[in-house]
Ligand binder design. Structure first.
Ligand SMILES: [Zn+2]
Length: 208
């Protein structure tokens, strides 16, 4: 199986939305729903991707804002989210005490159980719990790629100054479950450029 990854970013927050596609079957998932969902929808159309699921690394507004547009484009596909943040997308409750409700209520929400494979068509992801930026933060690994949401960035890590953040858990999860991956694993973050596990292990100032 060859996995193909395409990245799109919105201009407001620079939040990445990824198309992850099995090049043989064209089965695909979209990871995160940024503020310009048309970009990833266009990428998926051009690739003739069969989008089987939308996967959320967490539920801050810039990662879920485009979710209704994605559902409209791809049909009622499952929306996978960690149990700890399910209420945000099912009930439209705010993730953060610091911000108001987002009013994003969607159907077809499924759980992303940590430690179990998440399957979408021919794709199979390993679900890694990387909380701390938010309680239900997950990273998703497939092949030599890991999608880290707002846990790990190139040369940085996610914010942990919100009421429901946990800076110690964030660093502990990254060190125990991400930096232990093979060093040539390509890291696709919620914001900014791609990096590798090896590079972050050596040079990330927040982790050394
Ligand atoms: Zn973000």
């Amino acid at each position: 199986m060859t996995i193909r990854v395409e990245v799109t970013a919105d201009r407001r927050f620079g939040t990445n939305s990824y198309l992850v596609e099995d090049d043989t079957t064209h089965d695909a998932v979209v990871i995160d729903a940024n503020l310009e969902p048309d970009l990833v929808i266009e990428v998926a159309r051009r690739a003739r991707a069969k989008v089987k699921a939308i996967v959320l690394t967490h539920t801050d507004v810039d990662h879920i804002a485009g979710i209704h547009d994605l559902v409209a484009a791809f049909g009622p596909v499952p929306i996978a989210v960690h149990e700890a943040e399910r209420h945000v997308v099912v009930e439209g409750k705010p993730l953060r005490r610091e911000f108001g409700p987002i009013a994003t209520k969607v159907d077809y929400v499924v759980a992303l159980p940590v430690g179990e494979p998440f399957r979408a068509g021919s794709l199979e992801f390993e679900v890694i719990h990387t909380p701390g930026h938010s309680p239900g933060g997950v990273s998703l690994k497939i092949d030599g790629f890991v999608f880290t949401g707002d846990a790990l960035f190139a040369s940085s890590i996610g914010r942990s100054d919100f009421q429901n953040s946990d800076g110690a858990a964030l660093i502990e999860g990254i060190k125990a479950r991400l930096l232990t991956l093979p060093e040539d694993t390509i890291v696709y973050s919620g914001h900014g450029p791609a990096t590798t596990i090896g590079r972050e292990r050596k040079a990330n100032p927040f982790l050394t």
